[in-house]
Design a protein around this ligand. Sequence first.
Ligand SMILES: NC(=O)c1ccc[n+]([C@@H]2O[C@H](COP(=O)([O-])OP(=O)(O)OC[C@H]3O[C@@H](n4cnc5c(N)ncnc54)[C@H](OP(=O)(O)O)[C@@H]3O)[C@@H](O)[C@H]2O)c1
Length: 312
Amino acid sequence: MATADVVTGAFSYTGSFIARRLIAAGHQVRTLTNNPSPPPDLSDKVASAPLNFEDADSLVRFMRGADTLYNTYWIHSNYGADAFGAAVQRSKKLFAAARVAGIRRCVHLSIANPGASRHAYYTSKAELEEALRSAGMSYAIVRPTLVYGEGDVLINNIAWVLRHFPMFAIPGDGAYRLQPVHVEDVASIAVTAGLADGNIAVDAAGPDILRFEELVRLVHRALASRSVLLKTPPAVALAGARVAGFITKDALLTREQLDDLRAELLVSAEPPHGTIRFSEWLPRQRAALGRRYASARTRHEPRLVLTQGSQA
Ligand SMILES: NC(=O)c1ccc[n+]([C@@H]2O[C@H](COP(=O)([O-])OP(=O)(O)OC[C@H]3O[C@@H](n4cnc5c(N)ncnc54)[C@H](OP(=O)(O)O)[C@@H]3O)[C@@H](O)[C@H]2O)c1
């Protein structure tokens, strides 16, 4: 009989790439999600149930008989009451349900360098890694840097600014580095980690380390953008991001994100496991990249109510 696995968020971003890899490897995939719109290629291949953290029994029933839980659940912005803290508490409930359901192994998506920042995104991720270590299952922690690929948020929105604004503010000297990783590489690293034994933590990082300015210039060139690239004090760039945020009704860049970017937290200290080169992927995206603004926040907003426990 085929191995069954559970992926949280298989109809959303990284989870959908993990699900496709598992299906291609002959696994059955189930998903816990509040996303009502499965990608067409997954709709009849992946059984789904609501990711309702307040209903532990239904989480357990749904996961029973599965081998590995691939957990991509997270909240991307610290909006509302203690959102990252709430994501930690909910994830702990998910781990507890997985253990009761007899899940053998949990592959958990965290972030590169979780202990290296005092900001809530990172401290919450570090707290959750600790919780997984004592959750009573074998585990693999996968720590991506900056995930890009078709449907991503950050690279798309850099392209969106370059397409729609006459000027692009590079915060500071732009010399700080980042190491983007393609979403297919993240999925491959996660599935390899799921099939391995033993408790591990592994970074998911791509083969190229780029300075921020270099990355922006690559996107600028790929789009043949006429936007003027201007190095500005970080405060000016943040003010510009706030102005764009009025248009998009989203936070394009927060001070915390900028601090962590400039501290090079999106660079791995490990040899890279990703193989897809940003500079080779980018030119193929010229037609679509940045045409529309992508909001991680509004993508998930309609689903907040159920996730927070007040039954919809
Ligand atoms: N994207 C990156 O650049 C990046 C970098 C480093 C680490 N990571 C980590 O990788 C994992 C997957 O990231 P992703 O970008 O692929 O995420 P995603 O697909 O946008 O979301 C992953 C999961 O979180 C749920 N979710 C997200 N925001 C939510 C909200 N506001 N309310 C309720 N549920 C919400 C989704 O629910 P539905 O199933 O209902 O959609 C889905 O189950 C996360 O742990 C993230 O921290 C991502």
